[in-house]
Structures are given as C-alpha cells and as structure tokens.
Design a protein around this ligand. Sequence first.
Ligand code: GLY
Length: 565
Amino acid sequence: MKKRWNKSLLVVFSTFLLCFQSCKDVTPTVQIKKRVLSKNGGVVSAHPEATKIGLDILKQGGNAIDAAIAVHFALSVCYPVAGNVGGGGFMMYRDEKGSLYALDFREKAPIASTENMYLDGQGEVIKGLSTEGVLAVGVPGAVKGMEEAFSKYSALKNWETLLQPSVELAKNGFPLTKKQAHNLNKNVDKFKRQNPQLESPFIPKRPYKEGDLFIQKELALTLETIKSEGAEAFYKGRLAEAFIADIQARGGILSMEDMHSYDAKWRDVISIPYKDFVIHSMPPPSSGGIVLAQLFNAVESHAFTSIHNMQDVQIMVEAEKRAYADRAHFMGDSDFVKIPIETLISKAYMKDRMKDFSFSGASPTEGIEHGTIESEETTHFSIVDQDGRAVSLTTTLNGGYGSKVIATGGYLLNNEMDDFSSKVGHPNLYGLVGAEANKIEPGKRMLSSMTPTIIEKNGALFLVIGTPGGSTIITSVFQASINVMEYKMDLEEAIQSCRFHHQWKPEEVFYEDGCFSDELIMGLTQKGYKTKSRSNIGRMEGILITEEGYELVADKRGDDHAMGY
Ligand code: GLY
C-alpha cells in the first residue's frame, strides 16, 4: 500500500514537472531577469520577447550584428513606445579583432522642410507642431540602418531568418505587461486624434489590461514584405508608395524623393582615453560621444570617493553644465555644420573650461556660456556574442509612440523633427535649447543625445552600455560608467543606483526621487545649487566583462530583461 502510494505520488509529481516545463513555454508572462551571469555573452533589452529573440539568433550561430537586427525589429513589435521601423538610431559595433564602427541611421529633415516651419506669423513656436502629427515626422532611417549593418557584418547572411520572429510576434501577438497596458491606454486619445476613424490595435475598443494579447496584423504584413523584399520595399517599393501617398493625403511633406535619397552612414567613432580605459561612443549627428568625452575629461584629475560625496556630485554637475552649454552652441549634423570636434574632446579644452569652478560654490548657469572656439522614450540594447563581438544600439521614435501617427503599414512614425531647434533658444521636448548649428535644413539630421557606448580596459572589451532618456542619456551613461570605473561597483549596483542630471539650462540639478540624502541636498543648497527631485531617469542595459565571464544587467526601472548563454 505504502509503495503504491509512493508510486502514485511519483507519477503525480512527474506529471506536474512535465506540465510545469511545458506550461512555462506557453505561459504568457516571462519571468523577468534583471541580472544574469554568463560564459559566452547574451542580450539585454527593454522587453523579454526581444531579448529572447536576440538570444535565439545567437544560439543559431548568428553574431552580435545578426542578433541586433533581430532585436531591433522585435522591439518595433513588442516595444512600440520606442522600438521602431518608422524611427532611427545609432549603433556602435566592436568586432572580434577590436575594431570599432559607428553606424548612423538617424532620421533626416524632409526636403520640403524649412527653417521656420514651426513658427507662426509672429515668429513664435506653434505649440505641438513639431511633436505631434504628420509635420513632426522625419525621414525614417531604421530599416536602412539594419540592412546596412546586415550587408557588412552579418554572419548568418540570412535576412529572412532575422525578420521571421518579428513577423510571427506581430501576427500572433504578445502579452502586454502592466506598464505597457497602462501606457497604451494613456495615449489612446492622442492616437484617435491623429488617426481618426482608423482601426488599429493602438485604438482598442476597451482599455487594455496586463496579459492582453497585442496583435498587429498590418505590421506583420509590413515586416513580411521587408523580410522578403528588403529595405528596397520600404524606401522605393510598394511600402514607400503607400506610406507617402497616405502621409501627403494627411497634409505631410514627406516625399518619395525623401525616401529614395535616405542613406545610413558609417561615421568616425569618438574615442577618448580615460585612465586605463578607452571610451568609444557616437559622433554627430549625436552629441553623445562628444559630450561624454568632455565629461570624462573634466573629471579625470578628481579623486572620486563615494556616490554620496558632495564634491563628487559637484564636479560631475559642473562638468555637465559646461558640456551641455557647448552642445547647445556648437553641435548639429556635421554634414551641414563644422563642429570643432578635436578641440571639444581634447583634454586641454575641458581643463580650461573647468578653471573657473571651485568646490566653494555653484557656478551660475548664466555665467556659463559656450566655450570660445541638445516624455524620454527611446530604447537601448546591448549584445555580446561568443566571439566577443559587441553591439551597443540606441533607437527611438523620440517621444513615446513618436508623432502618434500610425502609418499605412501599421507602424508608428517618429516625431524626431522636435530634436531640431525650432527657434534659437527655444527649449525642445527635453528642455534642451539649440542654436544655429541645429537649425532645420532639408536633408539634415537633427541633433541627438543618444549615446550607445563601448568601453575597453587595457585594450580589451570591458563594458557595453547605453540608455534612453532624452537629454539625460549622456549623463546617465557617464554616471553608470563612473560607478563601475571609479567606485568599482558591479554592473548591477552601477545600473540600479540612483541618478542625477544637469543640462546647463534649466539651472537645476535633477535627481531621482530618494536619490539624494537630506544632508546632501542641504549641502548643495548651501553652496548655491538648485536641486529638484523627479521620476526615473533612463532605462539602462549593460554588459560588463568580468574575470569569470559576462555580467548582463537590465534596468530595474522597466520590464527590461537580460539573458545569457
Ligand atoms: N530623440 C532623442 C534623441 O535623439 O536624443
């Protein structure tokens, strides 16, 4: 009797185990992992589905570039707030031999755009014109960018394999996380306003809730076409024709000529030595690499002690003020404006810029001019493959769900035009001011803050990192890197630690709620700093190379997910 009982128990238990295994495969919600240690590398992205798709590609023998392409298209499906086919971005790539490459697939201003297109008859900025609706849309760069990366560096050399998981994800749907359901519901009125009478998953008949399947049949067809016909279909073929006809019918200025002439470009990497490290990041039209270089140069001689130390905060804030003042004055698309890059990233220049700073008190923002000679919804992912190739890629629609315009084809269009200076000195979505260098010109790329970064230590791959966050992107990458390089934190602590930010104007040190102690706030206030608490800053994804292998960390601030192999 006892034996039979034990045997039945065993059967029940093994049936349960079997069911547990298979149920795990079909369970709609993934167990989100924030930190993973691995031997061969892995993927960290803003959404579990995208991370899984990227890892599957790596396991099939794809390299980091193959995985990046698959993750990028997957994010356009499962992370529509920022993942995109109707947007653009930047990719940093380090190959197996240690060579660095920077790919620019940033949007461009339409040929019919004009410097004053967002101003009224009195020269005042018309509120919302550069942020919502068809006039806010720049020529999308993402599909071209992915194809460019594929043609140069794919190991699998099979475009269809990279697109197929996203086609299926769009066709079959994926379960919305709680955050996603809430965020989509919050934006339904805007989607309705920009897309009246349209039937779309972005305009549901009843509010979404966690676990609802988000199915995008039209997007699945678009991805299927890109899969079988390549970027050509998106920029020249039937997808382009349908998209442009619709956008023009809705009052937009994008043309077939804009689509035909769009090109993704390989740029010269910004590389800056810092102690035992070399920091590699994105050149213009992103301000990320230059500003990051300036920040590191400004603090190189400082003896860092602790993340809570007032002098550490002070010197970082003062460096940020000066670098962002330079950003506003000097930076724009280097194909259109001459930027004194070499000078700006030189050690001597920043040393000179910091001369008037003393720990005794805050340098007033108004006193800081540029030296004498740019909703925070973007997304980042980091990948390392088993041969040590690394991809750091940041991509965006600009604001959450971009312009809220749903293109024929079921994808969302960016509102990247707002990253230009609509008017000299007028703050954009992120409060960033710009000048002549970033004025609107036909075919020009708008200045970005995206900072996909790869750091080497003693010549070897050390850290792959980046984040969304608009104007706060650069300062977040700076702080998390300082956390690892100076405070010797592991990557988990470095990424999950709280963040602060200064961007020259407004004259405030922003800090995440609870980030600064009362004592630190009092100390900073006594020294003349204005401090202001705010909600989360960024959602960082990073991979740190350790003696044991890889530490992959996904930011606790979202549904971000890490997987290794
Ligand atoms: N759209 C945000 C950025 O490029 O900085």
